[in-house]
Design a protein. Structure first.
Lengths: 351, 412, 288
């Protein structure tokens, strides 16, 4: 029943496969990609990390947060404000994790100890991200300054310094280095989450998702576990925001908008709820689709929205389970060597 | 995706770091038989109303230049990107244009937000940027040429008309971001010189649709006229609700933005007649060059092509001004083109009249026109000749400090 | 004195436009549990119907009150048959399906009408209230919103159709045993929800501008209102609209629209914290 805890061969094989792919990307990346593709991949890495955070709290913690973008944005703004004031990126990177995590702890206390359930939690988190959206957008006046950093409202903050070598503010990282840092962080976060899910804490979190009442009867403080899981997810989203901001050199309130808030959920849905690799693939697929659409010239009766909408609809009707679970089903069906001996006994997917 | 595409620069066995260093100073010698420019205007999403006509006019400019034999004997190839009203895509396409396509010019950005996203990228990768949208002014960057008017050129005619002809008490409402706020401050500054006052400045987020409380507040303040700098579709609800309350004939509106989103066509005559706006370009301009241009535009894109306003025409004006620089330089290399554009000799007569590129600010000296909306069209009744883009000229002189690279806010 | 009267009218305006925005969603999401992300686009389609029909010479009232709900109702039923019905019971999956639908609808409308169109102006003129001038149409809108909700309430509590619909939503198997076809009931209910959304889009067209992407403006506030309303979707939506509309209009009048919007959201968060099942989860519990 507890798929995520299963240490049997198939999962281990899956993990090794993911690890090999990620390490291959890490080491081969700068050799294979030219600068422009490299920059693009760095961005995909940051959105993949955001997707990962949502995949974790939703797929394993059962928390449907409609405002994961809030933590992404807080992390991004924390980094931007920090690095503009300090001129050095090490502490701001930490801030970008800690500030959203702390805020999520507060918000989580407010929500989970208030016993807010599923869809109500979703709407509270959505409202929170929209509050940030409205607030940050209204900060275009000169009076909204934090230290040396003007918030700039709707226009956003631009020319934000990129990461530098810790302790050397005048040695910014070059794109190759940034690529290594970003990919390494993604690998660390992914395997960190995998390890977490195999720990006692992780097991309890998944148990709560599977059956909250039973977990409670067993003596676990459901509210506490959910709050911590939520906070971990927020920290990861914040780190993703930090990567996004640093490599883009800009941030604007759109990071809090409904568009991104909804898209994060789409990534996980497209990739497959209850998996960690799926959401990353989902984010990659959607980002690439956006990119591709913007370079196309359509016949006059077509336009980006029409094509985009049609693709999404065909996808949801054809692949209702999401990418990762579907790919897994296909592999099990047509590639016998992926079939683990104990497969028949199991219901859902892991990796 | 081009995951396997190898860089030309890398092909020579360049190390990891040198690839970046090399691209900092891109080799100009690419396929040398053509000139490549990229357009970066939103053709979908909330900003498509601005970006679609801009892309069309940019395309028309390229076609006309090519039909006339190209520039210095070389054909121009236009790469059209659609950032879909998404800032992240602006960044990605700017990188793609500069690093992958190695274009000679990026003509793009609509909002100041998007311009500030791509401006540092293009200046880092030494790729020329042309910005052709009316805006709040203040860009001071040798790599960025601007053919859109800045706030001073924009506000001066509005303030003079309003305070002289509509009365001393103005009430200002605008969208809630930097440009309308800076414009509001300029209006207040001009009001002092003209013996008027601005009773209040209110700003609205771009998604506000419900203007009842705002209209009540304005009625309470009893201004002589209302200055508006509202932006976007949601804000058009203001004009609709204003007219529905019967205010259109009570408190006249003088606007800086009215018309640039084709508001005058989206609203009915009963809702918009009598609204006054000041723009550097109206499709109705009585210049022979403009009449011929509008004919060519409709011949190319059909009689139902979008009305061309001061924003929409930008794609044409910017491209043509840049082309003047390329012609004068005799090459499309960045350095010589910049020198040519900044020589002070680039003057061009187009649909919007006489335009001169100013080497001090990299902005454009141009005409402004004041017009009244009548039955979904503009009646131009006053014009200002050759206004100077003096927004931040006190702190920005690119002839003296060519390394300056900033978006300055006026100190008022 | 006239300021007080004006403020009351403004508050009622705020409530009525919010309630109109939410009416269809109260049925589609509140009763059927379909997260209709294309809600804003249904409103947009209602707006386009009114605008196109009125500009073609149809009487504006016929366009708004009959054509808009009819056209959007039919589009809703088509969407339900081709798409939504595969997602019943999969709450979150409906989000992505209707997101695709919303993009597709924007794309189709843009392809047909371009990205702007001449709108329609409000009928009926204006009246003076002391030193203020107000639109008569906005007063009529308040009345229409009241009528609409009375109508919905009546249909779902007093008619056979309404009883069948509610019963089927609560227990489709039981309904099927009683000889009712749940798929048909779902289809009709979804159609009614879409029609109400189209009606709202039509009614709000003369006081707003309709462009293909206008739907995004409405969707978040509609969901927040309906969900805060709680399980009794119709009553909840009315009460939540009442609270939010009042708060937003008064705060906006006293301060700025930004603070008005922020306070509205904060009120929503606090309300849900105090009433974790929504307003009707605790108060008006037996309501619809």
């Amino acid at each position: 029943m507890k798929i995520a805890l299963d240490l049997k061969s198939w999962n281990t094989r899956g993990l090794i496969f993911v690890g090999v792919v990620m390490l291959a990307l890490l080491f081969a990346g700068p050799e294979v990609f030219d600068l422009f593709v490299l920059l693009k991949v760095i961005l995909f890495v940051s959105t993949a990390m955001l997707a990962l955070s949502m995949g974790f709290i939703w797929g394993f913690g059962g928390i449907l947060c409609f405002g994961q973008s809030a933590f992404f944005g807080i992390g991004g703004y924390a980094y931007a404000i920090g690095v503009i004031n300090m001129g050095e990126s090490t502490v701001p990177i930490l801030l970008s994790v800690l500030v959203p995590a702390a805020f999520a702890m507060l918000l989580g206390y407010f929500m989970f100890y208030g016993r807010l359930s599923d869809i109500y939690l979703a709407v509270v988190t959505l409202a929170v991200t929209l509050i940030f959206y409205a607030f940050i957008r209204s900060t275009s006046g000169e009076e909204y300054v934090i230290g040396n950093a003007r918030l700039m409202g709707f226009n956003g903050i631009s020319s934000i310094p990129v990461f530098n070598w810790p302790g050397f503010p005048n040695s910014p990282l070059w794109p190759d280095d940034i690529f290594y840092v970003a990919t390494t962080l993604l690998i660390l976060v992914y395997f960190g989450l995998r390890i977490l899910l195999r720990s006692h804490f992780g097991r309890v979190v998944v148990a709560i998702k599977e059956n909250e009442t039973r977990a409670e009867y067993l003596g676990y403080d459901v509210r506490f576990y959910k709050m911590i899981a939520f906070s971990i997810g927020a920290g990861i989203a914040g780190l993703a925001g930090c990567l996004f901001v640093s490599f883009n050199n800009f941030i604007n309130p759109d990071v809090f908008a409904l568009g991104l808030a909804a898209q994060i959920i789409m990534w996980v849905l497209i990739g497959g709820v209850g998996t960690l690799v799926g959401p990353m693939l989902g984010s990659l697929a959607l980002q690439m689709l956006y990119n591709w659409l913007g370079t196309q010239t359509f016949a006059s009766f077509l336009n980006t929205y029409l094509v985009f909408g049609a693709i999404i609809l065909i996808f949801v009707l054809a692949v209702p389970q999401g990418l990762q679970p579907t790919a897994r089903l296909l592999a099990l069906r047509f590639l016998p060597f992926t079939r683990p001996p104990e497969e028949k006994a199991r219901g859902g997917g892991d990796d | 995706m081009k995951f396997t595409r190898r860089s030309v620069l890398k092909g020579a066995g360049a190390g990891l770091g040198t690839a970046f260093a090399a691209s900092l100073f891109p080799q100009v010698s690419k396929a040398d038989d053509e000139i490549v420019i990229a357009s970066l205007f939103d053709q979908s999403g909330g900003l498509d109303i601005y970006g679609t006509p801009m892309t069309m006019t940019c395309e028309l400019a390229v076609e006309e230049l090519n039909a006339a034999g190209g520039l210095n004997g070389k054909k121009i190839r236009l790469i059209k990107y659609d950032p879909q009203s998404n800032m992240q895509l602006y960044a990605q396409y700017a990188q793609e244009a500069a690093l992958k396509e190695k274009v000679d010019l990026v003509h793009g950005a609509i909002t100041s937000a998007s311009r500030e996203v791509i401006r540092p990228i293009l200046s880092r990768y030494k790729t020329l940027l042309w910005y052709s949208v009316i805006y709040e002014g203040g860009v001071c960057d040798i790599n960025n040429f601007v053919s859109g008017v800045g706030a001073v050129q924009w506000v001066k005619p509005i303030a003079e008309f309003g305070f002289k002809h509509r009365g001393p008490k103005a009430y200002y409402i605008g969208a809630d971001y930097n440009a309308p706020q800076i414009i509001g401050k300029w209006l207040e500054k001009f009001s002092g010189d003209l013996g008027g006052t601005v009773l209040q400045r209110d700003h609205f987020p771009l998604d506000v649709t419900e203007f009842g409380p705002a209209i009540a507040k304005i009625q309470e303040a009893k201004p002589d006229w209302l200055a508006t700098c509202l932006v976007g579709a949601a804000h058009m609800g203001f004009y609709r609700q204003w007219a529905a309350a019967g205010m259109l004939n009570k408190i006249p509106i003088v606007s800086c933005t009215f018309g640039v989103g084709n508001e005058h066509i989206q609203l009915t005559p009963e809702e918009a007649n009598g609204i006054v706006s000041a723009q550097p370009y109206f499709q109705e301009l009585e210049l022979p060059a403009n009449k011929a241009f509008v004919e060519r535009y409709h011949a190319r894109f059909g009689s139902d092509a979008p009305y061309l306003n001061a924003v929409g025409i930008g794609g044409y004006l910017g491209t043509m001004l840049w082309a003047e620089g390329v012609k004068k330089a005799g090459t499309h290399e960045r350095g010589p083109v910049m020198d040519a554009l900044r020589s002070g000799d680039i003057a061009w007569d187009g649909p919007a009249g006489h335009m001169v590129v100013d080497p001090v600010t990299n902005h454009t000296i141009q005409d402004m026109h004041v017009a009244e909306c009548q039955n979904q069209s503009w009646k131009i009744f006053d014009s200002y000749s050759q206004l100077y883009p003096s927004d931040v000229v006190d702190r920005c002189d690119l002839t003296k400090t060519p390394d300056m690279n900033a978006h300055l806010e006026p100190i008022l | 004195m006239d300021t007080v009267a004006l403020l009351i009218i403004e508050v009622l305006n705020g409530i009525s436009s919010l309630a109109l925005t939410c009416a269809g969603l109260a049925i589609i999401f509140g009763m059927m549990r379909v997260i209709n992300f294309a809600h804003g686009e249904f409103m947009m389609l209602g707006g386009y119907t009114t605008v196109v029909a009125t500009n073609a010479g149809v009487n504006i009232w016929i366009s708004m009150l009959i054509l808009s709900p009819l056209v959007v109702g039919i589009i809703g039923i088509i969407s339900e048959r081709l798409l939504i019905r595969f997602f019943y019971g999969r709450l979150v999956d409906t989000l992505i399906a209707t997101w695709g639908l919303s993009l597709l609808l924007i794309g189709i409308v843009t392809a047909i009408f371009g990205n702007y169109i001449t709108g329609v102006s409000a009928p009926l003129g204006n009246f003076a209230l002391g030193q203020y001038q107000l639109s008569i149409y906005r007063l009529v809108l308040i009345g229409l919103a009241v009528l609409l909700f009375v109508g919905i309430y009546f249909v779902f509590t007093r008619t056979r159709l309404g009883l069948i619909a509610r019963g089927t939503m609560q227990n489709p198997d039981q309904a099927a045993v009683l000889g009712i076809s749940p798929p048909r009931v779902y289809m009709i209910t979804f159609g009614i929800g879409a029609a109400l959304t189209g009606l709202a889009g039509g009614l709000l067209a003369p006081i707003s501008q309709i462009i293909p992407t206008v739907g995004f403006t409405y969707v978040a506030q509609a969901f927040i209102t309906v969900i805060t309303g709680g399980t009794g979707a119709i009553t909840g939506t009315i009460v939540a609209s009442g609270i939010f509309g009042t708060v937003r209009q008064l705060v906006t009048y006293e301060t700025t629209p930004i603070i008005g919007g922020v306070v509205l959201l904060i009120v929503a968060v606090v309300l849900l914290r105090l009433l974790p099942q929504g307003i009707t989860g605790k108060i008006f519990r037996r309501s619809l």
